[in-house]
Design a protein around this ligand. Structure first.
Ligand code: FRU
Length: 483
């Protein structure tokens, strides 16, 4: 621990303490999601399970609600429900990461945990420099920085970051999010036999690669893994233009599936598909747990998407992570399911079966609340079905065209309503909603589509209203969720 590191840790602890009261009285604080004790939280980093303990790191700016010189916050859990806050894992205290310990990943090797992250540096000329760095730990709590293991190769700008490392047949691989000198987003592969010396393999895909055409000027936070034999590359490209119902957020996150030729460094894949349809979802990361499940956390935020308009800012905190989700491969796409362990949060249950609403809007006894899971199973929807949440957001389904719509007051201009939509392949059969004060995650038809969003209803509003055009018949199960 150098003097700068000590100073930053003390300053972070003092800022948290100073803001504690103000932060905690905010009625938008969350019950079962990860959020910053003060300041800004963004990408999940370094997800890994080690000796039964799950480690979750995240990008954290303790000092204010803007971005900047990020720390790696850290917490651990054995069951995904009860979490223990751990000491800060990385502070921007060294010459190679002085302007931010940016995103990265973790692996375990020879009974040690290795973190790989991007050291962000702004030099004296005001230019960006980027170093892919390594830090090692014997106990998973205290990390010893080893400095840069990769310097910026020829052909890329300094937007070169977010290393994700994995092992395949005895070798280590790393994929990095990059921008070529021509300003095209790329996913760049490296290989290593010892985690320290890395050899550049090349672009596995990217904007203007693999017959893709234009697909963004920068790719952030890549993640590569196999899901039931499919190669999956998740990336967060920047610079996609809105196209009908697609790409409506400022930046997107999605995936390609296909086959990676590790020797040639070539990923042959299908089209890019968005992972989420809501207003806030970005920079997800996955890991394989000890049971062989592929688990994902995402950031419930989007960079530069009216972050200044979030009402939590006046209480000195902003953003959170999603709930953990298990990824499965179903036919021709990834489906996302809330992690099984979250059922442990369920307290009282409420059940209504065989409800029919016809050309009417109404509440249903006991349904609502601000820390709940609500599951709806549909028997039949004649025309249109909608949920109005907390006199704030609405979620609706139009049978004729199969379109699902989430709407909420525009965060910047409250006189407007903003929408996110998707067209379902089949009919709507199930909705599973996770609500936590100022978050909403809706899993549609077993996770075939997901809408992740912040919601900012007025204090005390926790009513859910059901509307149907024509007749809708369904059942409801609702659980109050403990934190
Ligand atoms: C994505 C991102 C990453 C970067 C990090 C910095 O949200 O921009 O590319 O490493 O955030 O906090």
């Amino acid at each position: 621990m150098n003097a700068k590191d000590r100073e930053l840790r003390n300053k972070a602890a003092a800022t948290v303490e100073e803001n504690e009261e103000r932060v905690n009285q905010d009625h938008y604080r969350l019950n079962y999601h990860h959020m910053p004790p003060a300041g800004l939280l963004s990408d999940p980093n370094g997800l890994i399970q080690w000796n039964g303990v799950f480690h979750l790191f995240y990008q954290w700016m303790p000092f204010h609600t803007g971005h900047g010189e990020k720390f790696w916050g850290h917490c651990t859990s054995k069951d995904f429900v009860n979490w223990e806050q751990q000491p800060i894992a990385l502070t921007p205290s060294s010459w190679f990461d002085k302007d931010g310990c940016y995103s990265g990943s973790a692996v375990v090797h020879d009974d040690k945990m290795y973190l790989f992250y991007t050291g962000n540096v702004v030099n004296e000329q005001g230019e960006g420099e980027t170093y892919q760095c390594m830090a090692v730990s014997d106990d998973g709590i205290h990390f010893d920085k080893k400095g840069p293991v990769i310097h910026l190769p020829e052909g890329y700008t300094s937007d070169f970051r977010d290393p994700k490392v994995w092992e395949k047949e005895g070798s280590w691989y790393m994929v990095i999010g990059a921008q070529s000198k021509k300003r095209h987003g790329k996913a760049v592969l490296f290989r290593s036999e010892d985690l320290t010396h890395w050899e550049l393999v090349g672009n596995i895909t990217g904007s203007y690669e693999q017959k893709l055409g234009e697909l963004g000027y920068m790719w952030e936070c890549p993640d590569f893994f196999e899901l039931e034999g499919q190669g999956v590359l998740i990336v967060s490209p920047q610079g996609l233009k809105a196209n009908g119902m697609a790409y409506n957020n400022r930046y997107q996150s999605g995936y390609f599936t296909g086959t990676l030729d590790y020797n040639r460094g070539d990923f042959t894949h299908a089209e890019f598909k968005e992972l989420d349809r809501g207003f806030e979802f970005y920079a997800p990361q996955t890991t394989l747990d000890e049971k062989g499940r592929r688990i994902l956390f995402g950031w419930m935020g989007v960079p530069e998407q009216y972050e200044e308009a979030h009402p939590t800012i006046e209480n000195r905190w902003i953003h959170c992570l999603t709930i953990p989700r298990e990824l499965e491969w179903e036919g021709n796409q990834i489906v996302q399911k809330p992690l099984e362990e979250l059922k442990e949060m369920r307290e009282s249950v409420l059940l209504h079966s065989d409800i029919t609403i016809e050309n009417d809007q109404k509440g249903i006894r006991g349904v609502g609340g601000n820390s709940v899971e609500i599951q709806l199973e549909f028997e039949n929807i004649e025309e249109q079905f909608a949920l109005e949440l907390f006199h704030y957001a609405a979620f609706s389904y139009q049978k004729k065209d199969g379109i699902l719509t989430l709407s909420r007051p525009h965060l910047e201009d409250k006189s407007k309503t903003e929408f996110r939509r998707v067209k379902l392949d089949g009919e709507l059969s199930q909705l599973r909603l996770f609500i936590d004060h100022s978050t909403l995650e809706v899993f549609v038809n077993g996770g075939e589509e997901v809408f992740t969003s912040r919601i900012f209803p007025q204090k005390g509003n926790d009513a859910v209203l059901f509307t149907s055009l024509g007749a809708s018949t369904f059942s409801i199960e609702q659980w109050k969720l403990s934190g």
